[in-house]
Design a protein around this ligand. Sequence first.
Ligand SMILES: NC(=O)c1ccc[n+]([C@@H]2O[C@H](COP(=O)([O-])OP(=O)(O)OC[C@H]3O[C@@H](n4cnc5c(N)ncnc54)[C@H](O)[C@@H]3O)[C@@H](O)[C@H]2O)c1
Ligand SMILES: *[C@@H]1O[C@H](CO)[C@@H](O)[C@H](O)[C@H]1NC(C)=O
Length: 465
Amino acid sequence: MGSPADTSKTSKLERYNSYLLRRVSSAKVVAASSHLLFRATILAALLLIFLFLLHYPPLLSTSHYSAAAASHSNHRSLLSSASYGGAAWERGVRASASPRRPDGLSVLVTGAAGFVGTHCSLALKRRGDGVVGLDNFNAYYDPALKRSRQALLARHGVLVLDADINDGALLAKLFEVVPFSHVLHLAAQAGVRYATRNPQSYVASNVAGLVSLFEIVAKHADPQPAIVWASSSSVYGLNTDAPFSELHRTDRPASLYAATKKAGEAIAHTYNHIYGLSITGLRFFTVYGPWGRPDMAYFSFTKSILAGKPITLFRMPDGTAVQRDFTYIDDIVKGCLGALDTAEKSTGVAGGGKKRGPAQLRVYNLGNTSPVPVAKMVSILEDLLGKKAKKSVVTLPQNGDVPFTHANVSLAATDFGYQPTTDLATGLRKFVKWYLQYYSVETGKKINGKSNTAGEEEKGMAASA
Ligand SMILES: NC(=O)c1ccc[n+]([C@@H]2O[C@H](COP(=O)([O-])OP(=O)(O)OC[C@H]3O[C@@H](n4cnc5c(N)ncnc54)[C@H](O)[C@@H]3O)[C@@H](O)[C@H]2O)c1
Ligand SMILES: *[C@@H]1O[C@H](CO)[C@@H](O)[C@H](O)[C@H]1NC(C)=O
């Protein structure tokens, strides 16, 4: 405002106006002003469209991952609480939630159609626990993959409801129907780089959604379940002291994703303190494996290598390699189950009454404890796929990625015997085997002695769960 450019624009407008006024005879003033009015209306409309697009930048991008669809699906389930309730619905929910072993858990798994959620739900069901899943099936990545995971879970007797964690009415109804002993909260907007494109989706799921869940558990669930939820190694941000320990500082997030996970840990503290909720945060380190996430490097690299398309690798400005503490999904599942099994009961009273005493509040790293350069991960994939990658190496842009991650897991080892057992080459072999079967890719290369043609989609899971 008031810049020379603005002033010159204003005076140009004024000159134009007086030019118009001089030009038209008084008889034509009415016609001319209606022209101006018309132009002003068009201008205002364009301005509104521009402002709208500014607030919804994903509409401008031609990205494969449709944030518009993601936020649309959020809004849909927020506005119309889908279809739930009724005798048949309640029967289905109760059946899925019922444990099949003595003293089995009854677990609500949010984000159950997600990568980690699917594996955990299946592992719980297999050992005889009751599981009800919940997922909003947003289009951050291919919803068809989420639907396949849902179908897989259905075949194992796990019901996954189409619902958003921001739908408080649905959550309240669920806790009314089932006295869940535990909640495994994995629903979140994941991904680090996407946060610059669709920041609001992170706030909606990772902050507002978390509060929505805690509120219902604190005030409507009776008994109050213990909560185990996914934080992230990204909370260590720009730390360089390796390996990362739970005592290290977490106040330098490098992405909005990391900031929302850090916020989640602070919010967890509040609900533990005020309402006596038993809460355990798990800081996962780069999880990979069958049924994984298409937005993650190992997955998208596999797709690109097979298609002969180039991939981009990052290095630090000083030339050092970017490293990740890649953690195989089965190890993460064991950690999640260990955390659930050692979670103490919440001590609050439904309705927000006086709590019975201090409740458990924990945070654990779940990693592999051996960081690997991303370039090494690519060379393992090249061997497994029998095909070279077209690599271009560029300096890591400041888009949220951190130079390296490395977990110290001694706390989880002490408290629930967490011990990662799968190295990257072994884990990637299982991932590639699943990938080739799931997408029916014929490479001519044999993995585990079998040729990989179209196969049964459950094999990747059977091999890993
Ligand atoms: N995979 C990793 O490497 C990794 C690392 C650190 C932390 N995490 C965390 O672990 C959890 C699981 O990750 P993942 O890799 O399985 O991701 P994912 O995207 O496959 O799973 C998350 C699921 O949550 C659902 N979801 C998102 N917002 C929702 C909402 N508002 N309501 C209901 N459902 C919603 C999504 O549809 C998705 O199916 C997430 O909290 C993630 O932030 C993952
Ligand atoms: C790992 O963390 C524990 C505390 O949880 C600490 O005692 C130990 O020294 C750490 N190990 C390393 C290698 O830093």
